[in-house]
Ligand binder design. Structure first.
Ligand code: ATP
Length: 271
């Protein structure tokens, strides 16, 4: 299956709460994000088998802030996916924003261990995204809820990573302020595609800021000037994001389908 085909398939499996009829052994990935927790199962070849997503606030700026809450959600997602597949899942991979170290880095592993999944591997989030997109050469920008991370790959080798605390949460904060609504209402407004055209002028400065963050990360790295740029993460769902971010960044960028599912799919491929 091609990379984009896998992403579409995963979306369909999550939405229909069904499992693909593919033989094991299976790989499991858990993405503990600022805005959501996603559990994905693939077969050995990285084809999606099943998945589940829960909106949650157990992580802030890439760090686990509600350990028990995170563990409970992973446990519930695991039970749900096991019931869909009719198998028991016993190990899995996790991911962290680049540069996360020490106890903060260890926390994701502890969360999934507490939920009954032996942690087998922990990768940088944009590296997982690159794996899902099957990219061996290029720049992957992962704009999630709380952080913007990048990974640069040259001939299959990871040559640069960086991460900054700017993401979709900041878009929601700006919307909450502009429309005088709560953060939760702003999140729902932002996730409604029918509202994207209307909110774009209000959130443009945040998109420009994200582009500046990435530009600054790559400042002085002329050797990456002609690398293709892929933007993943839920924020890239915004209609017009590809064009506006690209204009502010000064380079053409590509947004794959269902950008929120790319990193979770890639994490499972490391499971
Ligand atoms: P992080 O990696 O920073 O910890 P995360 O893993 O939760 O965060 P993602 O799941 O990639 O990040 O993206 C979540 C963000 O995407 C949230 O800010 C959410 O509001 C936003 N988002 C999700 N769906 C949409 C949508 N349809 N339109 C716009 N924004 C969206």
């Amino acid at each position: 299956m091609e990379a984009y085909e896998k992403i579409y398939r995963l979306k369909e499996l999550i939405e229909t709460k069904t499992a693909a009829d593919l033989p094991g052994p299976y790989k499991v990935g858990v993405d503990l994000g600022t805005a959501d927790v996603v559990l994905v199962v693939t077969d050995e070849a990285g084809n999606p088998v099943a998945g589940s997503l829960r909106w949650a606030s157990v992580v802030k700026d890439g760090l686990v802030v509600d350990f028990r809450g995170a563990m409970t959600i992973v446990e519930e997602l695991k039970t749900e996916v096991e019931a869909i597949m009719g198998v028991t899942l016993d190990k899995g991979a996790t991911a962290i924003p680049p540069g996360t170290v020490g106890r903060n880095a260890a926390a994701c592993g502890h969360v999934i261990a507490g939920a009954g999944l032996e942690p087998v591997c922990q990768v940088d989030e944009p590296v997982a995204a690159a794996k899902a997109l099957n990219i061996s050469h290029g720049i992957v920008v992962d704009i999630g809820g709380g952080t913007t991370g990048i990974a640069v790959l040259r001939s299959g080798e990871l040559v640069f990573t960086a991460d900054e605390p700017t993401g979709g949460t900041h878009v929601s904060l700006v919307l909450a302020g502009a429309y005088k609504i709560s953060f939760e209402e702003a999140e729902l407004l932002k996730r409604n595609p029918a509202q994207h055209r209307k909110i774009m002028p209000v959130i443009m400065p945040v998109i420009e800021k994200m582009a500046t963050v990435v530009k600054d990360m790559l400042a002085g790295k002329e050797e990456f000037a002609d690398y293709p740029v892929y933007v993943v993460g839920g924020t890239a769902y915004l209609e017009g994001f590809e064009k506006e971010f690209g204009t502010a960044f000064g380079r053409e960028v590509h947004v794959p389908p269902h950008p929120l599912l790319v990193t979770p799919l890639g994490i499972a491929m490391f499971g």
